[in-house]
Design a protein around this ligand. Structure first.
Ligand code: PMT
Length: 419
């Protein structure tokens, strides 16, 4: 394995396999990718399925294989857009003249072409075809279009082709493809390793306050903000722990997710992970008050009025702020409906945070249960960044950029354990 290939460890590689005789070599490619620690997600076109079986790639990659656009996706938790977002690198090998033509013209009529159009990850094609097809001006024009648009096209090797002739068009050996694809991905910045060797703890979702065995008090948090941060942290190579209240979201790939329900459970899970965490990002909406006496049995509907006595729940973030070591970065959120900056600044100081992400949850498109957010980042030194309406994924990237810039040089795990 080359030093650069190691950069794919823990990264999500989409391997697109199209219908050519060289499809068998993609099996070895998938195997090599897995050996270097990449998460390999194979998408096979209909043509590819005539050459190699889905089962082969499933066994080799250790992940479900996508063979069509409209199949049941229960196995994958995600649809094509989520798969496109997940990718750190998309590698199409072997790439037929057909896929090259479709990609060059923006067609999206199957799973692979749709992902190619929907991803922001670097895309690399390894063409393999008959030499006349390769040299055909139409193919050459399509390759020129792709290269001009920033895609990487590996030049095929020369030699004996499956059609019985000698010429250019052979799929290069898997090792050579891998090396070229990784170098391209690194050069494009598509493989973001800025958090490799770091441990990032994220909280998401709302905690619940039980009333009796069947009732509880909850809030409107969907978990989307925290999950976006956890996914991005893992994408950047961090060992990521996500402590999640109840949500309807699938657990992110490559993230250790701890499911909790109550504030006490969240507190226990967070305190367990905190001593070795380089950074904690608390996006969860934690219940501030819990029921004083939780009934052991279902409360009967007898009285016309019912007063619940509540008591303050532990403030997890405040506690972390007390325990925080100088090398740890602590980030909180502030969900406010008025006086956003004033309240957020008070929380920043009171909880001893490095910065706080303040969202006015009354603004359309911001806060709870939306795919977008509008936030201000307020730092210890008084610096303030106002961001426009962004997807939660885009905001997660900004938050992690700031976290990465605040982290001190890497410490060895033993040092971190000493405190
Ligand atoms: O989950 P989504 O639907 O995507 O919505 C995202 C969000 C609106 C929940 C998120 O962007 C957000 O603002 N999260 C913080 C919500 C909140 O509880 O804010 P707060 O101002 O009450 O708390 C301030 C900070 O202290 C938060 O980081 C919170 O996690 C933490 N806290 C609060 C109370 C408590 N008992 N313990 C805590 O740790």
């Amino acid at each position: 394995m080359t030093a650069n290939a190691a950069a794919l460890k823990g990264k999500n590689v989409i391997l697109g396999v199209t219908g050519g005789i060289a499809a068998y070599k993609a099996v070895e490619l998938a195997s090599r990718l897995r050996k270097i620690g990449a998460e390999v997600h194979v998408i096979m076109t209909r043509g590819a399925q005539s050459f190699v079986t889905e089962l082969t790639f499933r066994e080799i990659s250790g992940h479900p294989v996508s063979t069509g656009m409209w199949e049941k996706v229960s196995h994958w938790q995600v649809e094509h857009i989520a798969l496109a977002r997940l990718a750190d690198l998309v590698l199409v090998a072997p790439a037929t003249a057909n896929i090259i033509a479709k990609a060059a013209h923006g067609l999206a009529d199957d799973m692979l072409t749709t992902v190619l159009l929907a991803t922001e990850a670097p895309i690399c094609f390894a063409p393999a075809m008959n030499s006349v097809m390769w040299e055909n001006p139409l193919t050459q024009r399509n390759i020129k279009i792709l290269r001009e648009l920033g895609y990487h096209v590996i030049t095929p090797a020369s030699g004996h082709l499956a059609c019985g002739v000698e010429g250019v068009g052979r799929l290069p050996e898997p090792e050579a493809i891998l090396e070229e694809a990784v170098n391209f991905a690194l050069a494009r910045g598509g493989v973001n390793n800025t958090l490799t060797g770091r441990k990032i703890l994220v909280t998401a979702g709302g905690t619940i306050a039980p009333i009796d065995p069947v009732r509880f008090i909850a809030n409107r948090s969907s978990g989307k903000m925290g999950y976006a941060i956890a996914r991005e942290a893992a994408r950047r190579g961090a060992e990521t722990v996500l402590v999640s209240g109840p949500t309807a979201l699938p657990e992110p790939v490559g993230v250790k997710t701890v499911q909790v329900e109550t504030t006490e459970e969240m507190r226990a899970a967070v305190l367990k992970g905190f001593p070795t965490a380089d950074a904690v990002i608390k996006a969860a909406a934690v219940a501030d008050y819990v029921v004083k006496e939780v009934a052991a049995q279902k409360i009967k509907k007898t009285a016309d009025e019912w007063c619940l006595e509540l008591k303050k729940a532990p403030d997890i973030l405040w506690e972390l702020g007390q325990k925080k070591k100088p090398w740890q970065v602590l980030v909180g959120f502030a969900a406010e409906t008025e006086s956003l900056v004033e309240y957020a600044k008070a929380k920043l100081a009171e909880k001893n945070l490095d910065f706080i992400v303040a969202n006015d949850v009354t603004r359309p498109g911001a806060g709870f249960n939306t795919d977008t957010n509008i936030a201000q980042l307020i730092f210890r030194d008084g610096k303030r960044e106002e961001h426009p309406l962004l997807t939660k994924e885009a905001l997660a990237e900004i938050i992690l950029d700031r976290v990465a810039s605040l982290l001190p040089p890497k410490r060895k795990l033993q040092d971190r354990e000493k405190g």
